[in-house]
Design a protein around this ligand. Sequence first.
Ligand code: ADP
Ligand code: ASP
Ligand code: MG
Length: 419
Amino acid sequence: MARIVMKFGGTSVADVERIRQAARHVKREVDAGNEVAVVVSAMSGKTNELVGWVNSASRLHDAREYDAVVASGEQVTAGLMAIVLSDMGIPSRSFAGWQVPIHTDDAHGAARITGIEPEALTSRMAEGIVPVVTGFQGVSPSGRITTLGRGGSDTSAVAVAAAVGADRCDIYTDVDGVYTTDPRIVPKAQRLNRIAFEEMLEMASLGAKVLMIRSVELAMAHKVRLVVRSTFDDPDAPQIAPDGTPGIPGTLVCDEEEIMEKQIVSGVTLAKSEAKITLRDVKDKPGVAAAIFGTLADQSIVVDMIVQNISDDGATTDITFTVPESEYDKAVATLEGAGDRIEYAKLSGSKGGAKISVVGVGMRSHAGVASSMFKALADKGINIQLITTSEIKTSVLIDEQYAELAVRALHTYYGLDKQ
Ligand code: ADP
Ligand code: ASP
Ligand code: MG
């Protein structure tokens, strides 16, 4: 017997029929003698609709009320799932975040889980009752509903899995695993049987939305075995692992040591809507970068790639960095309004950038990945605007109109295309 947390994303609970299909996956695990807790997202499209309502009510709304509204989608699906499960003869009870409780900080709209009291869930599971927990939400120290940021139900699921000491956390979604790149962009993308936590972390932070970054961080920290698998698989078919033996279908996210054949490049990611800002002739002295990025951080503007040039004359230098396109106007206004705290000769910038990255733990021990990436892009005539690297990834900023072309070219170049 195993203890399993099963998370169903938006497409998996898009309507009552789909909820019934998801419930059959739950039934299979319960019938096999496992203890199960379920975490659900809102029906697909619902959260967008709720966000739209909030924005049309008022652009400058209170973040606490935003959370009160947008968290409601998950409450609907949790209740429906509990009803459907009970109907199938599986005793079940729904839990909103505050009922578990799932404690978070008070950063409304992007709250972090600070702790989960597992007793309500574990005691139900021990009684043979399947608790169905709302994803995406928790409760703040002052008792208000919070949400975890878009895609947050993955994080709820992993946090619940860690809290109840689950043997596994299965993420049911509309693809049958983690692919070498977004299969919607590259139909030749291949499913990975296994991916290392570190690689998944990079892929998630670089634009692969199949798992929310924070969920991967939590799984890595708490050693939760995480599986990404398809909700569309026949719930009653024999369970076959990727190697063809009986087991769990999908992609296992696991420790690097559990992966025999390490690829140099495991995946290619794409993040669009990046904007670039350059400050020319910034004073080349201690504290300047701190002043620039401190001022932006004070406005909660998230900066991504940063490049600073070597100073030519020892007096001034240029700094270029990227921010999400949606933050561009605010970032420019913040820097222009900073007065003599930040001295520079000229500010320039542009929207419409895309960040393309190649990721793989094998890069640690292989030289030349960056240069081959630049060559592959050059062969397609794609100009590189910015470059950043880490131990297991190389990212470039390019013009957004070449984004898909670049992803496909790199995918082919690194031999990732399905034969
Ligand atoms: P859910 O609603 O179940 O949480 P999401 O839409 O958040 O599902 O995530 C699944 C989607 O992630 C897929 O439909 C796919 O288009 C996208 N995706 C992006 N990159 C990848 C990747 N490398 N592997 C698999 N899916 C990916
Ligand atoms: N419903 C939320 C969203 O759409 C959370 C999730 O689906 O993970 O962002
Ligand atoms: Mg998601």
